[in-house]
Write a protein of this length. Sequence first.
Length: 211
Amino acid sequence: MKRILIGLLFSGSLLQASAQDEKAGSEGNGFKKENMFVGGDLTLSFSNYATVLGISPYFGYSLNKYLDVAASANFNYTSQRDYIEYGDKVRQTVYGPGAFVRVFPVKFLFAQAEYQHNFIKYKYIPADNGSYAPSTDHVDANSLLLGAGFAGGREGKGTSFYYISIMWDVAKVAESPYVDGLGRALPIIRAGYNIALFQGDNGGGRHRRRF
């Protein structure tokens, strides 16, 4: 719980600082459609006991050149072995909504905080001669993902770029698809592309402000 609060307070502080910076140096106020973007990423998390594969499309808005916010959807497939005892397996199909904040201290590096609420279909496959019976279940779980990444080709807000990141679920809820049976957070490796919208209405990007 302390880690969740620290993460939320950190994100809130960054949001407030960035908003104040933008207010001080802005040339105009109000919604700007050229600050909108879409994108998506692939999720890959692996170890010698678990694998997570997924895709996460999103739609967002650049509040300023330091800060992006977005709403997202999440679709994952997870497979783990030795979940309760040696030789057993558990498989999960995961989907749900989410939202994230990305903070860019420099134009090509970012920190990210992401909240997800996931609905999970769970299937347990016991080990040969194991102590447990096979079962299926449906649960839901919250996750708070924190991490950092690299943005290639980004020149400030209003530009498209590719990125790669690594994150961990610091909430560590037992039902989370990013946590194994022993409560260990799995590294979540993502690669994706961020697409700037309506740049043709802004001179093709020739007059964008850069860092």
